[in-house]
Design a protein around this ligand. Structure first.
Ligand code: SF4
Length: 400
């Protein structure tokens, strides 16, 4: 299992305490996005298409630690943007570890070797390196040649210095099951401790709208992949067995967006890490004043095809808590890859999508006194067309 005993025990006891306290909604992993700026421009990314005044915003060390304290989540996943572009990132990580929370520091690894000296191995710390497949798959996914090889070299360096290293892998509808299985097989050879895998969410701002998976295609794809690895047992996933079972169409889950609340430079994002349809000023306001029933598959058009880790892992973990023997059986026997799938959620009553991006951008630009520059996919912040694969965001000085 890719989740160490200390982490499983502490997270397990946290969940027990939440249930004993009768809490209906509680966070499992805080998604902390201290910046949107990145040094890559991946085709499937919906996070970086902001005007420069917004890309220049950072959550401070103080704001990051306040978010950690406010949410109380036992796990903190630091995402972005590229977190290693944030000058205070070593102090942010140290502050979270001092609170005995488990930190997953997500990175595309382009700056990892250069910054390794600023971090220390800890049972509370994991590098989560973005790798969407083998060299051909990953370089295609991030729209830049050579990124896979740099990421693998950085993983080897981190392992040599005693760090725990996971990969986070997002799959799209051009994923080939044999190739994905071969990629997963190769990860032990480069020292990877755990795999987090998820289908891509169809971000409305992503430049490439052609390659997102539908729910049926997701279920078929994951069955085909798991079938090539002893029903998934060949690989060390850093995810619950029931989430993997859900990806393969064997569980019928509704999402738990409050399980992975997201704090960005705009505030607490409603309703989840994937959708930004308004922001709350505090974690309490997010939890108490969000109309949760307005979201989720079957409720909202933008949620129709979502099966993403940040939306459903908390659901699977809660199910594991309620049905431990079911979860254990999937762990032991592997994910079922044949036979009937669980019925999926009907979409006939979902409300239509609302497109709020430009409104939110205008509000934020007004707040920070920037120019209300309109952006759209494929167009840079200044309205200049962006070449496919060209970095939208200049890295900070000295970070190349
Ligand atoms: S289904 Fe849930 S997790 Fe997915 S986008 Fe909708 S609200 Fe977010």
């Amino acid at each position: 299992m890719a989740i160490p005993f200390l982490q499983a025990a502490r997270v397990g006891s946290y969940i027990v305490r939440q249930h004993l306290a009768g809490r209906k909604r509680y966070p499992l992993a805080l998604m902390l996005e201290p910046l949107f700026r990145c040094n890559l421009a991946c085709a499937g990314c919906g996070k970086i298409d902001y005007p420069d005044p917004i890309l220049d915003l950072r959550l401070s060390l103080k704001e990051c630690l306040e978010a950690v304290d406010e949410s109380g989540a036992p796990v903190v996943s630091i995402a972005g943007g590229e977190p290693l572009l944030h000058k205070e990132m070593p102090e942010i990580v140290k502050g979270i570890i001092a609170r005995k929370r488990f930190v997953y520091l997500c990175t595309n690894a382009l700056l990892l070797e250069k910054k390794l000296d600023q971090y220390e191995p800890s049972p509370y710390f994991v590098w989560s390196v973005h790798l969407d497949g083998d060299k051909q798959m990953h370089d295609h996914s991030v729209c830049q040649d050579g990124v896979y090889e740099r990421a693998v070299a950085a993983i080897r360096s981190a392992k040599a210095r005693g760090f725990r290293v996971n990969i986070n892998c997002t799959l799209f509808n051009d994923a080939v099951p044999d190739q994905v299985a071969g990629f997963f097989d190769s990860l032990k050879g480069i020292g990877v401790d755990g795999i987090t895998v998820s289908p891509g969410y169809a971000y409305e701002r992503a430049p490439d709208q052609e390659h997102f998976l539908t729910r049926n295609k997701t279920r078929e794809l994951f069955r085909s992949i798991f079938a090539r690895g002893r029903n998934g047992r060949n690989w060390d996933f850093s995810q619950s067995s029931l989430f993997l079972d859900f990806l393969a169409g064997n569980q019928n889950y509704h999402c738990t967006p409050w399980g992975n609340p997201c704090r960005t430079v705009f505030g607490w994002q409603r309703p989840c890490y994937l959708l930004g349809e308004g922001y709350a000023a505090s974690f309490r306001e997010l939890m108490e004043e969000t109309d949760w029933d307005a979201y989720g598959t079957g409720n909202y058009e933008k949620c129709a095809n979502c099966m993403v880790h940040s939306g459903y892992e908390a659901t699977a973990v809660a199910d594991t808590f309620r049905h431990p023997l079911k979860a254990l059986a999937v762990s032991m026997r592997g994910v079922r890859t044949e036979g009937a799938m669980a019925p999926d959620i009907a979409l006939d009553k979902q409300r239509p999508a609302e497109y709020t991006f430009n409104k939110e951008v205008a509000i934020r630009l007004d707040q920070i006194g920037g120019r209300a520059t309109q952006t759209r996919p494929g167009v840079g912040a200044a309205g200049v067309p962006r070449a496919a694969g060209a970095p939208v965001n200049a890295p900070e000085a000295g970070d190349r």
